[in-house]
Design a protein around this ligand. Structure first.
Ligand SMILES: NC(=O)c1ccc[n+]([C@@H]2O[C@H](COP(=O)([O-])OP(=O)(O)OC[C@H]3O[C@@H](n4cnc5c(N)ncnc54)[C@H](O)[C@@H]3O)[C@@H](O)[C@H]2O)c1
Length: 314
């Protein structure tokens, strides 16, 4: 992989920083761009001295002129608290960001991978979700800026592919967790761990029987890298996630056990548009990428808890 020049947008975020780690270690020339909306220099500080890593402040809603071979487009706030804070900007980041990065890919003939999401399936009426399921998405709700922005970005990817023969790769990412998640991002794994470590009550929405699947970050990044280097005729979309399902109550109990916390559980009403179930069918990733997750929830939670301990000084 020597001499491959790779752009990572949103590279100072949770997933982006882990991706930069892997690419730098593999010898790519990595250009990481970020507007630091939810990401932070801290996440990539350890890479700053490396000769094959460069960090640049840039907002993907503006055009970028660089020479690269590969583009991983991850820029976009991913957690509801962050993407709902400025929903118009969220849609712009997904849509204008995709247009700008696709324009760049077309100019320099780069291959581009879009970090899409299981949210394109909305509140699904089939389970598990396969890539050929078109989704059940509310176009006017409070999550729509994210869901519809990501759907439109997928549309743009496929239109650039059909219209301009651009090499594209679309990955639909399911819930992923691990070190460098934002402690205040309101997502369930970080919420539970932070509450447990602080000895606060653990907030469960609804009755806690809704299920989620959780993918450890190392597994996810491996899937993204395999997708980027897969044969050009395989464009996706491909689900990357962990199909193991846990209820919110099961997750809370595991976090309590691993942190040794005595926090109590507290129950609140479900937020609007909260999907009741989300679980990937990863048959396509297994078949085309030879990929499957390898890290159990318990094994992934341990380093995640250790990270939050260091951040919180707990
Ligand atoms: N983490 C997950 O479980 C998950 C699930 C599905 C999809 N994704 C997708 O993966 C990508 C990365 O998610 P993450 O969990 O690392 O979130 P994150 O918020 O940690 O990372 C997003 C990064 O993008 C940057 N960013 C936001 N708007 C930008 C803009 N206009 N210009 C430049 N940079 C901008 C942020 O500062 C941040 O560094 C996102 O596109 C997200 O939609 C993540």
């Amino acid at each position: 992989m020597d001499d491959v020049s790779t752009l990572v947008t949103g590279g100072a975020g949770f997933l982006g920083s882990h991706l930069c780690d892997r690419l730098v270690a593999a010898g790519h020339d990595v250009l990481c761009i970020d507007n630091f909306y939810t990401g932070s220099r801290r996440n990539v500080a350890h890479l700053l001295g490396k000769p094959n890593f460069e960090l640049q402040r840039h907002d993907v809603t503006f055009p970028l002129y660089v020479e690269v071979d590969r583009i991983f487009n991850l820029a976009c706030p991913a957690s509801p608290v962050h993407y709902q804070y400025d929903p118009v900007q969220t849609t712009k980041t997904s849509v204008h960001g995709a247009i700008n990065m696709l324009g760049l890919a077309k100019r320099v003939k780069a291959r581009m991978l879009q970090a899409s999401t299981s949210e394109v399936y909305g509140d699904p009426d089939v389970k598990p979700q396969r890539e050929d399921y078109w989704g059940r998405v509310n176009p006017i709700g409070i999550r729509s800026c994210y869901d519809e922005g990501k759907r439109c970005a997928e549309t743009l990817m496929f239109d650039y592919h059909r219209q301009h023969a651009l090499e594209i790769k679309v990955v639909r990412i399911f819930n992923t967790y691990g070190p460098r998640m934002h402690p205040n991002d309101g997502r369930v794994v970080s919420n539970f761990i932070v509450q447990a470590l602080k000895g606060e009550e653990i907030t469960i929405y609804g009755e806690g029987t809704q299920t989620r699947s959780f993918c450890y970050v190392d597994d996810l990044i491996e899937g993204m890298l395999r997708m980027m280097e897969s044969p050009a005729d395989f464009v996706g979309p491909v689900n990357i996630g962990n199909p193991g399902e846990f209820t919110m109550l099961e997750l809370a109990e595991l976090v309590l056990r691993l942190t040794g916390s005595r926090s109590k559980l507290t129950f609140r009403p479900l937020p609007a548009d909260d999907p009741k179930q989300r679980c990937p069918d990863i048959g396509l990733a297994a078949e085309r990428l030879g990929w499957a997750p390898t890290v159990s929830l318990e094994d992934g939670l341990k380093p995640t808890i250790a990270y939050f301990k260091s951040v919180l000084g707990a």
